[in-house]
Design a protein around this ligand. Sequence first.
Ligand code: FAD
Length: 630
Amino acid sequence: TTTTERHLYDVVVIGAGGAGLRAAIEARLAGKRTAIISKSLFGKAHTVMAEGGAAAAMGNVNSRDNWMVHFRDTMRGGKFLNNFRMAELHAKEAPERIWELETYGALFDRTKDGKISQRNFGGHEYPRLAHVGDRTGLELIRTLQQKIVSLQQEDYAETGSYESRIRVFQETTITELLLDGDRVAGAFGYYRDSGEFLLFEAPAVVLATGGVGRSYKVTSNSWEYTGDGHALALRSGATLINMEFLQFHPTGMVWPPSVKGILVTESVRGDGGVLRNSEGKRFMFDYVPDVFRKQYAETEEEADRWYTDPDNNRRPPELLPRDEVARAINNEVKAGRGSPAGGVFLDVSTRLPAEQIIKRLPSMHHQFKELADVDITKEPMEVGPTCHYVMGGVEVDPDTGAAAGSVLGLFAAGEVSGGMHGSNRLGGNSLSDLLVFGKRAGEHAAAYVDTLPRRPKVSRVDVAAAIEVALAPLVRAQGENPYTLQQDLQAVMGDLVGIIRREGELSDALKRLADLRLRVANVAVGGGRRYNPGWHLALDLRNMLVVSECTAKAALEREESRGGHTREDFPRMSPEWRRLNLVCSLDEAGGVHLERKPVPTMRSELLALFDRSELAKYLTTEELTGLGEE
Ligand code: FAD
């Protein structure tokens, strides 16, 4: 027999990274009883791993910076496929959200005159990333948790209970959303340690579950990132957009094999690190695409001068957006100019004095010493691309975070949502995204609850069905091993839906994924429900699978190369394709359905922020004609 613990909340936030915590704070500030659920230990979300910083046009280091420049950079980085309204809100509101963090107790690194310091990063025209050494995510999470504790203390003073309005359920995985007609009615899941089930009855759910990287073998993501929120959204009738766009970060560790994929922060390049191939050549000068030609240095001398005199020199090509750098590295290695372990060399040792490296990049120094026995103050690092971030995600209303599709009461924020970053995210734009859209989702989830005439009801039949699905891998006497299935899935995605894609391979991937779908439906694990990681993986697999199907299907459909989607057989950006989002939904039988939908047209005052000559690189002739004469 199974018992299911029952909890009643107004807003349930799934995910305790930056987006989830910021959403929960806002829902609680709006007076809502709020639950925060996290698959891992509280405080150990991806957000804590963020190194470089949070992008916000505060203009502290270069006063020319403002939201319009940030907006432009974000749209360029995403190759104009971004939801412009999200990019606009993000650029406008990020500074406020950073300053607000200071009122919660955050301590950012300072400029000489005591303002929040800002560092350079790829694709950002001016120094823009607020940071704490290379441990910015840790400070962000620490501060948001501290704010939650302080709200709990206020609640204690008023009600006698710390958890009367905001409670954290850690090491708890949600496996299903429950609906009442077309409205969210709750969420179902299990405690990872005991395996006991829980039911949350709540009229509003905020998805803040982060990314999907674990569908790839070489990834900077940790074990939790199995696309749960993406899959929960799909199964409840919401839609995903842009799933073909995955960011392969150019610099992951490539050696030793056991740590392959672990991130090497872009700050290394922002602070002066350069990329060289086995011939010692700074190869990035050969890879500046036409659309970026004007903004990047053409000689090493100019690139080097930029670090001290950015107003009169153009930036080094090592700081191109990530998709460009990842493809360049991939190409160098393929052409036989790679490092011994199959990457390229990233060198900061000849560029900065040792004490500066240790001060500015303490985690990197430690990471390479501990994991690879490399002293980055003396030797170059070996690096190569690693699956890092998913641009695609839940299709949302830009202002409220409400999920599009047929379901009401579902909101999404942070990496699990799509649109904001278009086809490629700029570094540092995620941490600010979490704060801006986390706050908005929390606020609007709370407002939604106030509009309801009655609380939606969870049906017993649905709970029984959720229990049955959860128990199935344990009940099945014989079947597929979840670890083998995960490896097979990773092989399909890494080999056939990786950085460089081709029609034949993508079609092959879809066939293999269809086969894997049958095998995943037959997954079996031994043992019971008490802490059983095999069982947990068995339940995650169906999420990874459906999300991978969306990615492969959309990657086959989009016949162009843009940002985090490169087709060898369609190497150019197509202005026609720029006008289209690919939207994934599930049909009645649970199959992935793909639809083309127009990308919203940018408002004219935002279009006016770009030169016509730049727009001409992205827009169709028809769109340009529509803009009138210059
Ligand atoms: P996350 O922080 O990923 O949190 C997701 C939460 O959801 C977790 O609590 C998880 O346990 C929970 N969860 C997931 N599934 C379930 C489920 N089924 N049930 C219950 N809970 C669930 N971005 C930047 O802007 N700047 C940087 O410098 C930077 N550096 C990075 C370095 C690394 C190594 C990595 C991996 C990423 C980096 N990023 C950076 C990206 C950024 O950190 C992430 O995109 C961002 O933190 C995602 O935040 P989030 O709140 O959306 O989700």
